[in-house]
Design a protein around this ligand. Structure first.
Ligand SMILES: Nc1ncnc2c1ncn2[C@@H]1O[C@H](COP(=O)(O)OP(=O)(O)OP(=O)(O)O)[C@@H](O)[C@H]1O
Length: 229
């Protein structure tokens, strides 16, 4: 389990996270939702230990963040970080050489599924294909938890559908996923848990199925209640 307990973060004088607590379980897709600039990416970076936080704590499988954490978790940012001159094949080779957790079989399966061409260069990929390659490079690592920052951002409907189908496939298996979005429509039907972030705090944390069964509400219904007051 990932446990985020009371984290705080300031950029200069701006208090972005005031008191953020939530949990994300293995085997579940947890969606961190909030409007632009609310601090979703900051939360993911904090979990990865990529940005320091001023207070609170973060535990991954009961352990604080350390170099060992990276054997259990990966972060897929919202833009691809590979150099533009590298081919798809070269990116995959780089990952294989760099990470012991690289799973070449899963990587090849995703390359076929997304119909990515090995000889295409990163800088020449369409936005949709760059997003797919980015996802491939993260999901091909055999880790327990995957953090994805806005995987649907700025790409066409067909690419979004293809990426969404990965969430329900064996490529995710029983791993834990935290995905951020400000656009719930694409993934409402895929997610197990929602964490609504607003004004530096978690306004509500709920299981989608429980809210649907017990209150007869969709994620959108709850979002309207919370954000419209
Ligand atoms: N390195 C930084 N230095 C200063 N301010 C920053 C930095 N990174 C983020 N911020 C600010 O912190 C706030 C939260 O940013 P963050 O990227 O975490 O939000 P977000 O919810 O992920 O936004 P989006 O949906 O647009 O990706 C924003 O106001 C942003 O401008």
């Amino acid at each position: 389990m990932i446990e985020v307990k009371g984290i705080r973060k300031k950029y200069g004088r701006k208090q972005v996270l005031k008191d953020v607590s939530f949990t994300a379980e293995k085997g579940q897709i947890t969606c961190l939702i909030g409007i632009n600039g609310v601090g979703k990416s900051t939360v993911l970076k904090a979990i990865m230990g990529l940005t320091p936080v001023a207070g609170g704590s973060i535990l991954i499988n009961g352990q604080s963040i350390s170099s060992k954490t990276y054997e259990h978790i990966t972060f897929i940012p919202d833009t691809i970080s590979m150099p533009p001159g590298m081919t798809v094949a070269a990116c995959m080779t780089f990952m294989k050489d760099y990470y012991v957790s690289w799973n070449p079989q899963r990587a090849n399966e995703m390359k076929e599924f997304f119909k990515l061409n090995e000889t295409d260069k990163v800088g020449e990929l369409s936005k949709g294909n760059a997003a797919k390659l980015n996802l491939l490079l993260g999901l091909a690592l055999d880790v327990d938890y995957i953090l994805m920052d806005e995987p649907f951002s700025g790409i066409d409907m067909f690419s979004r559908e293809q990426i969404a189908s990965v969430f329900t496939s064996h490529l995710i298996e029983d791993r834990g996923v935290i995905v951020t979005t400000h656009e719930i429509n694409d993934i409402e039907h895929l997610i197990d848990k929602v964490v609504l972030l607003d004004n530096g705090i978690v306004r509500r944390e709920f299981e989608t199925e429980t809210v649907r069964l017990e209150e007869g509400k969709s994620v959108m219904d709850v979002m309207r209640e919370v954000y419209n007051g």
